[in-house]
Design a protein around this ligand. Structure first.
Ligand code: NAD
Ligand code: TYD
Length: 341
């Protein structure tokens, strides 16, 4: 395993992964990305001339484009980060989610089969397990929790996971699946909770909290997700699913208040808005399998991770202001128009 095709490497987690892997492994990495609204080569300017890194613009739904990249770069491994990744956008329109997340994954699996590659890792999400009860804190998602999808996003990710499982069992292909909880950290697109709330605070705008703000998410610093993926890629057992989490559950409202406090602002900037339809109440991950089997654990506690994240957005105002202009404005007004009365 040496030459890795990192699909979706210009997005939030993919770009953090590329930098982490260049520093911590000897792999050669080809970033294969369509550059949708979420893909941004500015995330990678610090390593763009690294000898072990190369960018190829391409779409995972186009088999010939993937095959060309695989052939020209002697690829032996694929890590699939490429996806439409935002639940709210999947509610506004599911088509692109089905195209990229389901059809695109299928294309990659066909390439894995036809070209007899060494390994394939599907970067999935804890959202495929649905929602946990808020009052039963002892219940967590394990790898055997049934798939129960409530949003078009999670349904598309679960469909991809099921295809991965089928291609492993039917064709004996070397496929691993990781299911991680909510990530946060540098370069996250400011449509997701944490960067959106930081940007809104810095802009002096109201912070839109869905419903009663009591939905619960488990938060993991992005670099810890990257280290877990490397562990699973290197030592994980083919055909297995590995949950990845931070053992770090938070009510949304408490995260929002923490961000305001860190930026020296008060809670009167919070605006409760109409809830997201089908909003999952609680996510919480049991990551004892990856801990016990592969010896992985997160390196960052939440206080460190959130401080680094807030500092990054403070220092990189130009980055987030740029991505929040243009198309973003159209999305923002469409998503929040009916929520804010
Ligand atoms: P992101 O939206 O920031 O980035 C997605 C990237 O995929 C972008 O660079 C985009 O240009 C690229 N892409 C989209 N469609 C493509 C296509 N057809 N062909 C090639 N490239 C394409 O997403 P992210 O937050 O970095 O998430 C990466 C992966 O991790 C996704 O598969 C997501 O489901 C999964 N995941 C995310 C989280 C999270 O909290 N963000 C948690 C668990 C799992
Ligand atoms: P998000 O970052 O979209 O991740 P996911 O839905 O995949 O977990 O949202 C995290 C939580 O924050 C989720 O419960 C929805 C909530 N949320 C808000 O309250 N307001 C917002 O403006 C956004 C984007 C999210």
């Amino acid at each position: 395993m040496k030459n890795i095709l990192v699909t979706g490497g210009a997005g939030f987690i993919g770009s953090n992964f590329i930098k982490y892997a260049l520093q911590n492994t000897g792999f050669n990495l080809v970033n294969f990305d369509k550059l949708t609204y979420a893909g941004n080569l500015e995330n990678l300017t610090d390593i763009e001339f690294n000898d072990r890194y190369k960018f190829v613009k391409g779409d995972i739904c186009e088999k010939d484009e993937v095959e060309k990249a695989v052939h020209e770069n002697e690829i032996d491994t694929i890590i699939n980060f490429a996806a439409e990744s935002h639940v709210d956008r999947s509610i506004l329109g599911a088509k692109e989610f089905i195209n990229t997340n389901v059809m695109g994954t299928h294309v990659l699996l066909e390439v894995l089969k036809d070209h007899k590659l060494e390994k394939y890792l599907q970067v999935s999400t804890d959202e495929v397990y649905g929602s946990l009860p808020e009052d039963k804190k002892e219940i967590l998602f394990t790898e055997s929790t049934p798939i129960t999808t409530n949003s078009p996003y999670s349904a598309s990710k679960a469909s991809a996971d099921l295809l991965c499982n089928a291609f492993h069992h039917t064709f004996g292909l070397p496929i691993l699946i990781t299911r991680c909880s909510n990530n946060y950290g540098p370069y996250q697109f400011p449509e997701k909770l944490i960067p959106l709330m930081i940007a809104k605070t810095l802009n002096g705008e109201k912070l839109p909290v869905y419903g009663d703000g009591k939905n619960v998410r488990d938060w993991l610093y992005v670099e810890d997700h990257c280290s877990a993926i490397i562990k699973v890629l290197s030592d994980g057992r083919s055909g297995e699913v590995y949950n990845i989490g931070g053992n770090n559950e938070w009510y949304n409202i408490d995260i929002v208040k923490l961000i305001l406090k860190k930026l020296g602002k008060t809670d009167d900037m919070i605006q409760y808005v109409k809830d997201r339809p089908g909003h999952d109440r609680r996510y919480a991950i049991d990551s004892s399998k990856i801990a016990d089997e592969l010896g992985w654990k997160p390196a960052y506690d939440f206080e460190t991770g959130i401080t680094l994240t807030v500092e990054w957005y403070l220092k990189n105002e130009e980055w987030w202001k740029k991505v929040m202009s243009g198309e973003y404005q159209k999305y923002y007004s469409e998503n929040y128009r009916d929520k804010i009365s």
